[in-house]
Write a protein that binds this ligand. Structure first.
Ligand SMILES: Nc1ncnc2c1ncn2[C@@H]1O[C@H](COP(=O)(O)OP(=O)(O)OP(=O)(O)O)[C@@H](O)[C@H]1O
Length: 315
């Protein structure tokens, strides 16, 4: 893939805080128009990585390119929007005043501010002091601020914490709209179930290292997690079709992902059963598996997984 098509390219990025290796050999090639979920336990290095991409922190090793610009010490990339975790505004200003302030900084018009206020459903509260805004309203304001200048890269740090389901769904609708316009989006979150259907790729960080990277299908395929097949009347079926017994556990059939096509074929052709439900490993299960594996390696003194399950695209 051409470098111009990449929103973010990281090569061998590392950073040390005193004794702590917060980031270690991070590689990433994120194309424009793609959404990446950045996942990891508390202290995994997610916010540190976001700061590196924003040019707020210069890593002590590696190369960082954002929207085709090489970030050298102190250089901030342009065309990047950012919604920090727990956003705070000067609360003696109104919502409209805050957005106009950011618009002035970013060279955007009052018309654009009015458009966003309307789009984000903040019209009724635009002249109220932010002090009186709810968490969801502040988050909408923060998100409007982040996309004010139509960024080509958007970084969202825990964007849905404290939001009700409707507000979260609104936020993800906006993300999808921005993606269609070619904006790349990085979402740092612990809300795995919410982000699962939104991501194109995910990076899982553990203690500063990339444990896994890829599309959801690639991550699922690379994990040894099994597929579960649930169907009614299984006890009787096991008697008439002993072949299935090897797959039986806790009231359902379980098989490796590679065995799934053959088992499904057996059920439909030999057993004439079509009324089963397939449960593929979800993002949360894949995540927990990777974290447990990291913990296990650590306890065994094997060191962490040093290579991601999949190589970042284009690297
Ligand atoms: N300025 C700093 N000085 C020293 N250590 C730091 C600094 N910033 C972060 N760290 C440490 O680096 C590690 C990674 O922190 P980071 O904030 O990137 O984690 P995170 O994955 O964002 O965690 P969380 O999910 O809790 O927000 C942590 O151990 C943290 O204590």
């Amino acid at each position: 893939m051409s470098v111009n098509n990449l929103a973010v390219q990281l090569e061998g990025v590392g950073h040390q805080f005193a004794e702590l290796r917060a980031l270690n050999q991070i590689n990433l090639s994120l194309p424009r128009g793609m959404t990446m979920a950045l996942l990891g336990h508390n202290g995994a290095g997610k916010s540190t990585l976001i700061k590196v991409i924003l040019g707020l922190l210069t890593p002590d090793s590696g190369r960082v390119d954002v929207l085709g610009q090489r970030l050298t010490s102190g250089k901030k990339p342009s065309n990047v929007g950012y919604l920090p975790e727990n956003i705070h505004f000067y609360d003696k200003l109104t919502g409209a005043e805050i957005l106009r302030y950011f618009a002035a900084l970013k060279g955007e018009s009052h018309q654009r501010v009015a458009q966003l206020i309307e789009e984000f459903g903040l019209g009724y509260a635009q002249h109220k002091l932010v002090k009186g805004y709810s968490k969801g309203m502040k988050q909408r304001l923060g998100f409007a601020q982040a996309i004010l200048a139509s960024p080509q890269l958007l970084l969202l740090d825990e964007p849905t914490v404290g939001l009700d389901p409707q507000a979260s769904s609104f936020l993800y609708q906006k993300v999808a709209q921005l993606k269609r316009q070619g904006c790349a989006v990085i979402i740092c979150t612990h809300e795995l179930n919410l982000v699962e259907s939104q991501l194109d790729v995910a990076m899982m960080l553990g203690r500063g290292q990339c444990l896994a990277y890829g599309t959801f299908a690639e991550l699922a395929k690379a994990s040894p997690l099994q597929v579960k097949i649930a169907l009614d009347g299984l006890a009787a079926l096991l008697v008439t079709h002993p072949y299935l017994q090897a797959f039986y556990r806790q009231g359902a059939l379980h098989c490796a992902q590679s065995e799934q096509p053959a088992l499904v074929r057996y059920l439909t052709t030999k057993c004439q059963r079509f009324d089963f439900t397939l449960h593929l490993p979800g993002l949360a299960e894949i995540y927990h598996h990777n974290m447990a594996q990291m913990q296990h390696c650590s306890e065994q003194g094997l060191g962490f997984v040093t290579e991601p399950v999949l190589q970042p695209m284009g690297v």
